[in-house]
Write a protein that binds this ligand. Structure first.
Ligand code: NAD
Ligand code: TYD
Length: 370
């Protein structure tokens, strides 16, 4: 276990796993801008975890970064007994569908075994708490809409009662972790809440996912790869809206319940990529051409889910949460952020990143008429 900053024990604290990744880091930064409550940030620092995202917190006594694998039970036990958090917010996961298709083992290890290990450590910790602390404790599990499988055009949106039908190794391991989380509530009374969110986008997004990949490919004048015909549909949620939904659920959600969170922005992939290109044409124009000219069609993803769509009436009606950003406002902020933060991009584009991009995007096929 490697502790980067230390702080006094005592006082209210939350323990965040995966807080050096995209959503977890946005959550930690957002939390510490708004609250005076310590965050114990537990992250293994895989290729997706970047301490440079957390640079602004250096020296902040309310942030304690600990490099730990969530499958390491003794390290987790030590953290629970040392810091006595009032809540766990569990983001840590292997999260990229394409990587899960090429090497699923790590997904089983972290998403299933890691979540199991964290649940066991939390269960034992809870047994030692007094009744008040036990009643106040929460275990928030950050899941995905992908556990519900794939929709056809016209199918009703995913609601909290939609049966599970995961299609990729990634979504299958997330589904397995959801089932474990649910079972720990039913069997042991662990006060868990699971959130199913749609595709997040925003600052600090690792550039292997569609939106940051498109921005960086465009800025480097490289081909922008669209899988297949670009007609697959995702719902897009601005990451800081997701953070506000998590804070709402942490404060007001009911243990044992699940909540779906979306951005009310269903878009075809081609529409998303074109929107990014159009924003770049506006904010960072090229001399004689549009960024759209860089869009190419490449081989489709194996088992590519056609459509995800979220019915989020439950969180809206029961907890009064709704997203603040439209797709247009969130995307503009995102593109502007990447234009303004080239140093972050350079830092995260390590050898590991370049290896993946070379492996994945060789032999792109140029398509006509985009
Ligand atoms: P990410 O890949 O950017 O970050 C994951 C973080 O977890 C990284 O910092 C990594 O170092 C850490 N990690 C990985 N394995 C670990 C381990 N064994 N022990 C400790 N830390 C480990 O992921 P993200 O996009 O920030 O996603 C966060 C969570 O939200 C995940 O659970 C993911 O399934 C879920 N989710 C993400 C999206 C999205 O659009 N990004 C959508 C729905 C759900
Ligand atoms: P991604 O960002 O990987 O998220 P997810 O697979 O979790 O939805 O992909 C979003 C969509 O974009 C998905 O339908 C796959 C597609 N896609 C491309 O067309 N080209 C790409 O280079 C990538 C990474 C994704």
């Amino acid at each position: 276990m490697c502790v980067h900053y230390s702080l006094d024990e005592g006082g209210l604290m939350i323990l965040v796993t995966g807080g050096a990744g995209f959503i977890g880091a946005n959550f930690v930064l957002d939390w510490l801008q708004r609250r005076n409550e310590t965050v114990i940030n537990v992250d293994k620092l895989t290729y997706a975890g970047n301490l440079c995202t957390l640079k602004s917190l250096t020296g902040n006594p309310l942030h304690c970064f600990v490099q730990v694998d969530i499958s390491d039970r003794s390290a987790l036990d030590l953290l629970f007994s040392r810091y006595a958090p009032r809540a766990v917010i569990h983001f840590a996961a292997e999260s990229h569908v394409d990587r899960s298709i090429h090497s699923p083992e790590e997904f089983v290890q972290t998403n299933v075994v890691g979540t199991f290990t964290l649940l066991e450590a939390a269960r034992e910790y809870l047994d030692r708490l007094d009744d008040d602390a036990r009643a106040a404790f929460r275990f928030l599990h950050i899941s995905t809409d992908e556990v519900f499988g794939s929709l056809l055009p016209g199918d009703p949106h995913f609601c909290e009662m939609t049966p599970y039908a995961p299609n990729s190794p990634y979504s299958a391991t997330k589904a397995a972790s959801d089932h474990l989380v649910r079972a720990y509530h039913y069997t042991y009374g662990l006060p868990v809440i699971t959130m199913h969110c749609s595709n997040n986008y925003g600052p600090y997004h690792f550039p292997e996912k569609l939106i940051p990949l498109t921005i960086l490919k465009a800025l480097n004048s490289e081909s922008i790869p669209i899988y297949g015909d670009g007609q697959n549909v995702r719902d897009w949620l601005y990451v800081r809206d997701h953070c506000s939904a998590i804070r709402t659920v942490l404060s007001h959600g009911t243990p044992g319940q699940t909540y779906n969170v979306g951005g009310q922005n269903e878009k075809k992939n081609i529409e998303v990529v074109q929107a990014v290109c159009d924003l770049l044409d506006l904010l960072h124009p090229k001399a004689h051409s549009s960024y759209r000219d860089l869009i190419v069609s490449v081989s489709d993803r194996l088992g590519h889910d056609y459509r995800y769509a979220i019915d989020m009436r439950k969180i809206k009606i029961e907890l009064g949460w709704k997203p603040a950003e439209t797709f247009e406002s969130g995307l503009r902020k995102t593109v502007q952020w990447y234009l303004d933060n080239q140093h972050w991009v350079n830092e995260v584009q390590s050898g590991e990143y370049r290896k993946w991009i070379e492996f994945k995007y060789t032999n792109v096929r140029k398509s006509q008429g985009r």
